[in-house]
Design a binder for this molecule. Structure first.
Ligand SMILES: [Zn+2]
Length: 388
């Protein structure tokens, strides 16, 4: 191992206590998307203390961070990413407190030797992964321009690299009918709830004919006011997900047809809208992923991929389509635990979670050192990225 890699690893060891405190502070004060005031200030403060040039409040988001290490020279640009938003009601059930502390540790560790290394080192604090698309806004604001490698990690029930993510779009379907007494004059009403139910039935029939791994799941968000009034208004929300962006778009059109059919059958008027953010499918860089895995294993976390191939969605998908990037997973609990559950929240605050965060921080720092210093590596990473 090069001296530099040993040095960044030792730097994480020296910061261990502080990084544990950062992870715990964010865990103890969960903030939902776009409201990560305390977490973003905490991270920005730590970066500032370490000499980074820090902007808090970029890309139109109060809680987004762009921090640059002042030692800049010719060479590659590495960005280490940190998420810090929690989920409503169940706290850090996705472990973003560990992502933040691990990313901070990696950036600060590389920062301790950056004056000896070529290139540019960034830490990007990316708000609102849970449905707000902070990274999408940061890409649109040009904050990923010139980045040769975007590196983050995500806590999980398994340790794996190279796992993709599903493209996702959120859809809102509303039907407008006509109210009427449901018993006295039902023939005069147009039932908006029936249109929603027909939409669900249409989609359930469609399921048999969609590709493996795609997902359509929804809720009825409004179903009427009282049983004795024919529902004038009803609405549903769906997430449409697929392994590829194009197929996600195809499914969206099929879903629209199901809703149009329901409108035709019931006479209710359809309003079909895309709401929230769309995330692209992940394109994980293999070269970067292999490096991360090698280093996280060297730091005591064994490779342990799950048997199933199920995937979620993340705005890191968009980053990975814009610049070469990785979103490897590091195990913090047994694999019968579900993500976004109370058990996962517990794991995000556990000793095992902290140990995984420290190992991931080291592995990200060592991967960043490779990108900055290894001759020809950036070119090979770029070649893989451009090949598809
Ligand atoms: Zn997450």
């Amino acid at each position: 191992m090069s001296d530099w890699k040993a040095q960044v690893s030792e730097a994480v060891d020296r910061m261990e206590e502080r990084l544990r405190e950062v992870a715990k502070d964010i865990f103890d004060h969960p903030e939902v998307k776009f409201e990560e005031i305390r977490a973003s200030k905490l991270l920005a403060g730590e970066l500032q203390k370490a000499g980074f040039e820090v902007e808090l409040g970029v890309a139109g988001m109060e809680t987004a961070i762009r921090a640059v290490h002042p030692a800049v020279s010719d060479g590659p640009t590495v960005a280490i990413l940190g998420e810090y938003d929690a989920l409503p009601g169940i706290g850090h059930a996705c472990g973003h407190n560990l992502i933040a502390a691990g990313g901070l540790g990696a950036a600060l560790a590389v920062g301790t030797i950056k004056s000896e290394l070529p290139g540019r080192l960034l830490f990007l604090g990316t708000p609102a992964e849970e449905g707000g698309g902070g990274k999408v806004l940061m890409i649109d604001a040009g904050l990923f321009e010139g980045v040769d490698a975007a590196i983050m990690f995500h806590p999980s029930t398994n340790t794996m690299v190279g796992r993709g993510s599903l493209a996702i779009t959120e859809v809102k379907i509303e039907f407008h009918g006509k109210p009427s007494h449901a018993s006295g004059s039902p023939e005069k009403g147009i039932n908006a709830l029936d249109a929603v139910i027909q939409t669900f039935n249409g989609i359930n029939a469609l399921r048999q004919h969609i590709v493996d791994g795609a997902r359509i799941h929804g809720i009825i968000s409004h179903g009427g006011l009282k049983p004795n009034i024919v529902p004038e208004y009803a609405s549903a929300e769906f997430y449409v997900r697929a392994p590829e962006n194009e197929y996600r778009d195809e499914l969206l059109e099929k879903l629209r047809k199901c809703a149009e059919g329901a409108a035709l059958a019931t006479g209710a008027r359809l309003e079909f809208s895309l709401v929230g953010h769309s995330y692209k499918a992940m394109k994980p860089n293999k070269i970067l992923g292999e490096r991360f895995l090698k280093y996280v294993e060297a730091n005591g976390i064994p490779y342990n991929p799950p048997k199933d191939k199920s995937m979620g969605s993340t705005d890191m998908g968009d980053v990975s389509q814009a610049v070469p990037g990785i979103h490897p997973y590091v195990q913090i609990c047994e694999d019968d635990v579900a993500g976004h559950s109370r058990e996962f929240t517990e794991a995000s605050g556990s000793e095992r979670g902290a140990v995984a965060m420290l190992a991931a921080g080291k592995a990200m720092a060592m991967t960043a050192v490779d990108v900055l210093t290894e001759a020809g590596l950036v070119e090979r990473i770029r070649e893989e990225f451009n090949a598809g």
